[in-house]
Design a protein around this ligand. Structure first.
Ligand SMILES: [Cu+2]
Length: 325
């Protein structure tokens, strides 16, 4: 090989990662736990030049309420199955749904590009990390199995035919806005709890966007037996918390921040420790706006608010406070 050919080969290797859609991939590679998700599978070539005649995708655990989009010229079929755990979506409990989609009977030329689409949602309890969608592409001649999933702790780099990847971020879910009439809730989060702890705290920002006063009066959560609304005060240099019997008043236009060291929600009698990356929901009750279900994201012990540039505030040890057993 001459020098110039070597250089050309090196240039090609450098360019290789930019070749469009070498694999079957998802157009949007990242979403948040608890968010709805539109999956667009991109198919950029056939099997060694042979046209694609069918595409099958397996839906991983934690991707729920999936509906495939029909494609003109393709036959659509689905297989349903049970979810790893039931999920609550828009107030409905779902225990099973579409786990596999096949588009078949088409003919997508090797030289052409197409997209295969489904809609769904990522359950609020999906762990942060990557969800893998194995895809089998069948062609007139041969097939491509995009089904390789990296072993725990490994990356997809170097895999010859990786499954389509969807990264799940926990913190983005906390940033989502939950509107309910004239109340807006943002950045609901909690901290991971050490093993034996039976209490956790919840933080969020609440805005009354309406023109009449409202009030956060109560709440329930699937994470603990009880939910209380607390305030934190410093008396003689000692931090103490007390339940707010009247709840939290929300004047028209007012934003109230529940944060470490201030007002907060208290989850009493945790059913299990709050684990980083997981999530749970709490239903908050407002005097006028009514009930509203809010997804909480769990941040690591010692973390500050998700997406906040403020440094983490010192841990408060709720277990030391009277009445928090
Ligand atoms: Cu408290």
């Amino acid at each position: 090989m001459s020098i110039s050919l070597k250089a050309a080969a090196a240039a090609l290797i450098l360019l290789a990662p930019q070749v469009a859609f070498a694999h079957v991939t998802l157009e949007k590679p990242e979403t948040a736990a608890g968010a709805s998700y539109k999956g667009v599978l991109r198919v950029g070539h056939g099997c060694d030049g042979s046209p694609t005649t069918s595409l099958t995708v397996e839906i991983p655990d934690h991707v729920v309420a999936v509906k495939p989009m029909p494609k003109a010229g393709w036959k659509l079929s689905t297989v349903e199955g049970a979810y790893v755990s039931p999920v609550t979506l828009h107030g409905r409990k779902l225990e099973a749904g579409v786990r596999r989609i096949t588009w078949s009977g088409g003919a997508l030329k090797d030289a052409e590009y197409d997209e295969f689409v489904f809609a769904g949602a990522v359950s609020g309890d999906a762990p942060a990390g990557t969800l893998w969608f194995p895809v089998v592409q069948v062609c007139e001649k041969g097939e491509n199995r995009w089904t390789e999933i990296p072993a725990a702790g490994q990356t997809a780099r170097g895999l010859k035919s990786p499954a389509a990847a969807l990264r799940i971020t926990a913190s983005a879910a906390a940033a989502q806005t939950v509107p309910s009439g004239s109340i807006r809730v943002e950045q609901a989060w909690s901290r991971a709890t050490p093993g034996g702890s039976r209490v956790g705290a919840g933080y969020l920002r609440i805005t009354n966007t309406g023109s009449t006063p409202d009030r956060l009066v109560a709440g329930t959560t699937d994470a603990s037996e009880r939910l209380e609304i607390h305030d934190m005060t410093v008396t003689d240099g000692v931090m103490k918390m007390r339940p707010l019997a009247e709840g939290i008043a929300l004047a028209p236009g007012q934003t109230v921040e529940l944060r470490p060291g201030g007002m907060h929600l208290m989850f009493m009698g945790l059913k299990k420790p709050l684990a980083t990356g997981a999530g749970f929901t709490a239903t908050l009750e407002f005097e006028k706006a009514g009930k509203m279900t809010v997804p909480f994201v769990i941040q690591p012990i010692g973390a500050g608010a998700p997406g906040s540039s403020r440094p983490a505030e010192p841990e408060m040890d709720h277990s030391q406070h009277h009445g928090h057993k």
